[in-house]
Ligand binder design. Structure first.
Ligand SMILES: [Zn+2]
Length: 301
């Protein structure tokens, strides 16, 4: 199914995308639309994986960095940001914040590698292939996140695992399975589940906070949290930053998970913003970030 704005996509490629289309050898940009550009781009990422001998998960961005992106060195050090890409004479240096988890560092490396796609690698030092003041910052950023997700969790590999799924396993089981298999953080896996619309579900990450009256929960400000997938894609649901009513069923479910510090499963009528319906709610604590990840699905799928 085409998104409603598909017909407009052909008309509004940003300078960053026009450069990308040229770099991918797509020729006359008038004939390139965004879905076509992304197909070619992700095809290139997959060729890079197989050309570095990577045919099964987990996938590693480092061999690609060296072989295709002229990355001279990858340094893990103290930074005041997640990571950075520094052009040097013969290519690039990638710096990654050492305070990140190992899985998060893999994602940052793949993201910074994504930025190299926007550079002209034939110049010394490499230079951006387009006038970056002419294109909104988020255009290139968005592509870098998408490149990173395709590199670490290629669509074809994820779909193969999902279609061979054992129907007795729950969405949360699969989410954890993908975390292990692809060696990615739960947060990145959730975003990928949303990208690929793998299930009919809403996945929410709640920040747990302690107060004198006990714990309370807030929808975490993180990417497009809540992550709406499949049949729930267009629903109006709870918003980022919303504090959960402490008299609600949802609060009790989250409290149960938080206090027990283990996974819980409930089937309850739950209010999520303007929606209220019976959901199967599978929740698990994300200990590193003092958060709870909850999968809301209509049925055991
Ligand atoms: Zn970036």
């Amino acid at each position: 199914m085409q998104p409603p704005h598909a017909s407009k996509e052909r008309l509004c490629l940003y300078p960053a995308e026009i450069w990308l289309a040229q770099r991918l050898g797509l020729g006359a940009t008038q004939s390139v639309d965004r879905p076509c550009l992304k197909r070619q781009l992700f095809g290139m990422v997959n060729r890079m994986l197989s050309d570095t001998g990577q045919n099964a998960p987990p996938f590693d961005p480092k061999p690609i960095a060296r072989k295709f992106a002229k990355v001279q060195d990858i340094r893990v050090e103290a930074l005041n940001c997640d990571g950075m890409l520094i052009p040097v004479n013969d290519g690039f240096i990638i710096k990654i914040n050492r305070h990140q988890s190992r899985r998060r560092r893999r994602a940052v490396c793949a993201h910074e590698l994504g930025h190299t796609f926007f550079y002209d690698l034939d110049r010394r030092p490499p230079q951006r292939g387009y006038l970056d003041t002419a294109s909104p910052h988020w255009v290139e950023e968005g592509y870098c996140y998408e490149i990173a997700r395709e590199m670490l969790m290629p669509e074809s590999h994820v779909r193969t695992i999902i279609t061979s799924r054992d129907s007795s396993k729950s969405i949360l089981w699969f989410l954890k399975h993908l975390v292990q298999k692809f060696d990615c953080s739960p947060e990145l896996v959730v975003k990928r589940i949303q990208d690929l619309d793998l299930w009919d579900a809403i996945i929410v990450i709640f920040q747990a906070n302690d107060s004198d009256e006990g714990p309370y929960f807030v929808v975490k400000k993180y990417h497009s949290n809540p992550f709406k997938c499949g049949a729930f894609h267009s629903v109006r649901t709870i918003k980022m930053g919303t504090a959960i009513d402490e008299t609600s069923i949802l609060h009790n479910i989250l409290l149960d998970t938080y206090v027990a510090d283990k996974e819980t499963v409930h089937r309850e009528k739950v209010r999520l913003g303007q929606m209220e319906q019976v959901f199967l709610v599978e929740s698990m604590p994300l200990k590193r970030s003092s958060s709870i990840l909850s999968v809301f699905s209509a049925n055991q799928q």
